[in-house]
Structures are given as structure tokens and as C-alpha cells.
Ligand binder design. Structure first.
Ligand code: NAI
Length: 417
């Protein structure tokens, strides 16, 4: 099979970017070193739909080091780094189908090229690959050992599949490891979302009223970092506990109908649809700037913006201006995940942990294939804690160990007041 990328001549730049990522991904490289020796994935065909970034390339190289063959496409039309895709296409055992700015038709065509590879293991970010296999290629399901899901939105879709009795092969919930969602979603999305907004618009966040929609793992990261840059942050939520957490963390919490009277910059990170709807945009201030960092491009009702403006201009790439009545609204990255559309996604260090989870999930799934049922499974705590230890080691940080006396104390119930 031949890879399909934007421009093979970009490969040299891609390799340099991958090397730079590797320098910051020591934890994943230590997994890679073990995989080279033990070859736990010999003969395993891994089909991937992940953002094709320099960090994903390090994961692909790790799987190849373990003996796997890989066929990969993107999981968002705007998130592919074309130089990295070109570099990946040069690696033996890898087929890659992706370019930045692909159409919806190309997106599904590429997904189907990965499916035509007949993977033993799937790796998804957002569940499109699993969905496409279940809907249109159920004949492949008996041959699939397991799948691994990278993000919250994918887990939500899988839970809906389980509730409908529709999930037919085992899924490992990589997102739910502590070393994934409490690191990647919090620190990674927190930093890179603001990076995306800034690269798209270069607005000064200090002094701006910035509305964060959703105070989950990602929203907490975004809100706290925006505050660090001097923004006056408002949080909107639908979950009482998350709304309470945001309040206790010192943010103003209010319904969106109220927030629209104050907001200057809006960032959605909910995994939910139309959290910024037409009724909200109609009430926003002139010059409001919108960005989304949730998985799909439906968090902001972009279709309404496209259908109801009296003028749309591209101010510059990934930054559009819409005239709505007597005011303008700005939209970053077409409403797609702004950190990947307008910036480079998460920094490599945090992706090292996410992709240790992916690599070790594939190994775990292959090793335990006869025990896993067609359901959503968490990775064992030993793997999750082991990744935290690998990351600390990569950062050169030591921690204390429990003494025998402390171990005995924690296991006993005799000592009290
Ligand atoms: P989460 O489930 O921890 O948090 C989402 C929060 O949004 C919840 O607290 C929920 O109550 C709230 N919410 C839902 N509907 C809402 C509404 N109408 N108004 C206000 N709040 C609402 O999810 P997490 O992990 O924070 O992920 C959020 C989204 O970001 C998902 O789509 C996930 O896949 C995506 N994601 C994106 C990344 C990126 O690179 N941009 C990286 C990681 C996750």
C-alpha cells in the first residue's frame, strides 16, 4: 500500500521535528527500548486514527520497535502536521494517509484505507475508527483483538455503544488513566489551547474577560492558565460539582445567558454540542472571539454562523471574522480543536505519558486477549502508576519510599488515638 501525504519533500523537516519531540519524551523512549528487546507486538497490525503530530510519530516508532506494522490516518481534518506525515511515510512498516485541510470525503476515504489494512488492534482519538468498523465493516470484528481510545469524547461515544449493546470488541480506556486525563487534558490542553488562540489572533489575554465553557479536566487547565496570563475568567458549567469546584477555585460561575453579557474571549471544552448556540452569539458583545478545544467542531454552532452572517472574511489563516447584524464575531480554527488547528497540539512532555499509555495498552490488550470482553476496560493501576514513575525518572526526580514500619501501619487498624 502506498502512503498518501501532502508532500514527501517535507520529510526532512518532519524527521527533525520528531527528533525534537523525542528529546522531551524520555518515558516513552524507555518503553521503546524495552520493546526493541522484547518485541511484544511481533506480527500485530495496528490501525490508528490519531492526530498526526510529531509526538504521535514517536508512538508509531515505539509500536514498530515492538514488532508491529502500522497504518495511520488523522482524527481531525485540520490536525495533521504535513512534514511529520511525510517523515512517517519513509519509515518501514508504516503506511500513512493524512494531510492538513482534508475534506470530509478524504477523511472517510483515509479512515477506510486504514480499515482495509485489517488491523488486529485499533487506536482511536474520538471513536471514528471504531464507529466506522462497527457500522460498515462488521466482518472484521472477529479478527480484532482490542481497541484503545485516547479522549473523553471517544469514551462518551463508547459508553453510549455499550448502553445500546452495540460494542462488539474490547476497548481500553486510555483516556481514563490518571497519567492521561489528569496530565494531558489538564496541563496539555490547558497550555496548548491558549497557544492556539494566541497564534491565531495574537490577542492580549491580560485584562480580558475570558469565558471557559466546561470545568472538567481540560477546562480546569485552560481556566487556571488563562488566569495566570491575567485574564478575568468566568466559568460556565452544567454539573453542580464542577460548578462548585470552579467557584472554590476562585472563578466567577454563571449561566451562559449571563456570561454573554461580559465575555470577550470564549473557549469551549465540554465534549458537548452547541454549548455556544445561536441565542448566545446573538447576545455577545461586538468583537467577541470564539475558540473550541473540545474534540468535535459542534461545540460552537459554526453552521449557524456560516448560514446567518452578512459577511465572512478570513483575517488570516485559522482566524475568520463574521458580520452578524451590527457586530462582528471572530472564530479561531473554524471551530475545530484550536490547539491542533492553529498551533501544534500538546507539548511533547505531556504526550509522552499519554502515549506510554497507548503503547502499554496495546501490549496489555495483546497479552490478555483471551480475557478481555467486548466492554470498556481501564488499564490496571500498576501500568498507570508505572508510567508516573517512568515520567519522574525521565525528569530526573526522585521521591521517597514507604518504610517497612509505614507499610505495616497503613495495613493495620489497631493504632488510633
Ligand atoms: P470532562 O468530561 O472532564 O469535562 C467536560 C465538562 O464540560 C464537564 O464538567 C461537563 O459538565 C461540562 N459540560 C457539558 N456540557 C456543558 C454545557 N452545556 N455547558 C457548560 N459545561 C458543560 O471532559 P474533558 O476531559 O475536559 O474533555 C473535554 C473535551 O475536550 C472532550 O471533547 C475531549 O475529547 C476534548 N479533549 C481535547 C483535547 C485537545 O487536544 N484539544 C485533549 C483532551 C480532550
Amino acid at each position: 500500500m502506498a502512503s498518501q501525504v501532502k508532500d514527501p519533500a517535507l520529510a526532512a523537516q518532519g524527521h527533525r521535528n520528531i527528533e525534537w519531540a523525542e528529546k522531551q519524551m524520555g518515558a516513552l523512549l524507555s518503553v521503546q527500548e524495552r520493546f526493541v528487546k522484547e518485541k511484544p507486538l511481533t506480527g500485530v497490525k495496528v490501525g490508528m486514527a490519531l492526530h498526526v503530530t510529531k509526538e504521535t510519530a514517536v508512538l508509531v516508532k515505539t509500536l514498530i520497535a515492538g514488532g508491529a506494522q502500522v497504518s495511520i490516518t488523522g482524527c481531525n481534518p485540520l490536525s495533521t502536521q504535513d512534514d511529520v506525515a511525510a517523515a512517517l511515510a519513509e519509515i518501514d512498516g508504516v503506511d500513512v494517509y493524512a494531510h492538513k485541510g482534508e475534506t470530509k470525503e478524504e477523511y472517510y476515504d483515509f479512515l477506510n484505507r486504514v480499515i482495509a489494512f485489517e488491523p488486529d488492534v485499533t487506536i482511536d482519538d474520538g471513536c471514528d475508527l471504531v464507529y466506522e468498523i462497527h457500522q460498515n465493516h462488521p466482518e472484521l470484528i472477529p479478527g480484532i483483538t482490542c481497541g484503545c481510545e485516547e479522549t473523553t469524547t471517544g469514551i462518551i461515544r463508547l459508553q453510549a455503544m455499550v448502553a445500546d449493546g452495540a460494542l462488539k470488541y474490547p476497548m481500553l480506556a486510555v483516556n481514563d488513566s490518571k497519567t492521561k486525563h489528569l496530565m494531558d487534558n489538564y496541563y496539555g490542553t490547558g497550555q496548548s489551547t491558549l497557544d492556539g488562540v494566541i497564534r491565531a489572533s495574537n490577542v492580549l489575554l491580560a485584562g480580558k474577560v475570558l469565558v471557559v465553557v466546561g470545568y472538567g479536566s481540560c477546562g480546569k487547565g485552560v481556566a487556571n492558565r488563562a488566569r495566570g496570563l491575567g485574564a478575568k475568567v468566568i466559568v460556565t458549567e452544567v454539573d453542580a460539582f464542577c460548578g462548585l469546584q470552579a467557584t472554590m477555585d476562585g472563578f466567577l460561575v454563571m449561566p451562559m445567558a449571563e456570561a454573554v453579557k461580559h465575555g470577550e474571549v470564549y473557549i469551549t471544552v465540554t465534549g458537548n454540542k452547541h454549548v455556544i448556540a445561536s441565542k448566545h452569539m446573538k447576545e455577545m458583545k461586538d468583537g467577541a472571539l470564539l475558540a473550541n478545544s473540545g474534540h468535535f467542531d459542534n461545540e460552537i454552532d459554526v453552521n449557524w454562523l456560516n448560514d446567518n452572517n452578512t459577511g465572512k472574511r478570513e483575517i488570516r489563516p485559522f482566524f475568520d471574522e463574521y458580520t452578524i447584524g451590527d457586530k462582528v464575531i471572530y472564530l479561531c480554527g473554524e471551530g475545530r480543536l484550536v490547539n491542533l488547528a492553529a498551533a501544534e497540539g500538546h507539548p511533547s512532555t505531556v504526550m509522552a505519558m499519554s502515549f506510554c499509555n497507548q503503547a502499554l495498552a496495546v501490549e496489555y490488550g495483546v497479552k490478555h486477549k483471551n480475557e478481555l470482553t467486548p466492554d470498556i476496560h481501564q488499564l490496571p493501576a500498576e501500568i498507570d502508576d508505572g508510567i508516573a514513575a517512568l515520567q519522574l525518572e525521565a525528569m530526573g526526580i526522585d521521591i521517597d519510599e514507604l518504610t517497612p514500619e509505614q507499610i505495616a501501619y497503613l495495613a493495620s487498624w489497631n493504632e488510633g488515638t
